[in-house]
Design a protein around this ligand. Sequence first.
Ligand code: COA
Length: 333
Amino acid sequence: MGKTRIRGIGRCIPSNVVTNDDLSGRMDTTDEWIQQRSGIQQRHHIDSDCGAADLGAEAAREALERAKTRLEEIDCIVFATLSPDYDMPSSACVLQSRLGLTGVPAFDVRNQCTGFLYGLTVADSFLQSGRYGKVLLVGGEIHSTGLDFTDRGRQVAVLFGDGAGAAVLERGPSDDRGILSTHLHSEGSFAEKLWLEAAASRGETRLDEEMIAGEDPKIFPKMQGRYVFKHAVTRSIEAIREAVEANGYSVDDIDLLVPHQANLRINQAVAMTLEFPEEKVVNNIQGLGNTTAATIPLALYDALEDGRLTEGQLVCLVAFGAGFTWASALLRW
Ligand code: COA
């Protein structure tokens, strides 16, 4: 048996499109500012009562179909999300129930923008050790119900969108194709540079009246944007170099770079510093915004659909996010 392969990818994007102009009707922002600073033109927000697991389940069904895999063949579910349906139980368990798959282990990976790559590493380890045969890995987020759409929250609220991507993983035959290596890092001393403080177990009470009234900024994500931007560029570059060097390659050998989608300018700065051609970088933030744990499977999905991702290519995945955490993976597709 060989390396771990992504057999099929699926996605679910809510149909409700929210343009930059829609947002400028709700807060003090403009289409020009958002596009210039982030590259984002629109994002999708749910417009009905649903959770991350609902989006994830739809993405999972498509991934299973594309992988030509029956639901019953899945023997582990990993769900990467920062916006779980509930504090407990895990969204993985909710998704398991939505899919109608009983008994197999299901758990969440709460690692924000690097969640999919952390989940990929966990799944790869399970598969390579022989513990499980097929793993369903899902990245799913609903941001729109947790953002501050007043002027106070404009720096963050314009960036994020809802969506889910899913992948079916299994070991392939003994050849060079599959996951070559993954690389994970974190530095918790930067936790407060990008965080969501409440509702949480720390503190006298998880929810007080101010929070319930939506008046306490602690209930919304906060970010030191410029600080995060600089670290994202530096760490992404490090992680890409680490992935190629670990496998005896150079950056020039990468056929397709699939980065996390936090800001188009971050991905452009990474490509420019590495002198890596921009046409080999997959970006879809323009239409989706930042969907955190879902960005990488959604970008892979797009690259497969538009024919940029083809068999035999050397593909590098990279992500950076809250924690700080950063991660990369190198695959022979
Ligand atoms: N619309 C209009 N103006 C806005 C705005 C908005 N949505 N958000 C902030 N501004 C204003 C600020 O108030 C500030 O005004 P001032 O100069 O009068 O003080 C000005 O725009 C510049 O703000 P700043 O935050 O310095 O802008 P920026 O160029 O750094 O861009 C981000 C902001 C958030 C787009 C950018 O910093 C970023 O992408 N950071 C990293 C995101 C990331 O990687 N996240 C990690 C993974 S989730």
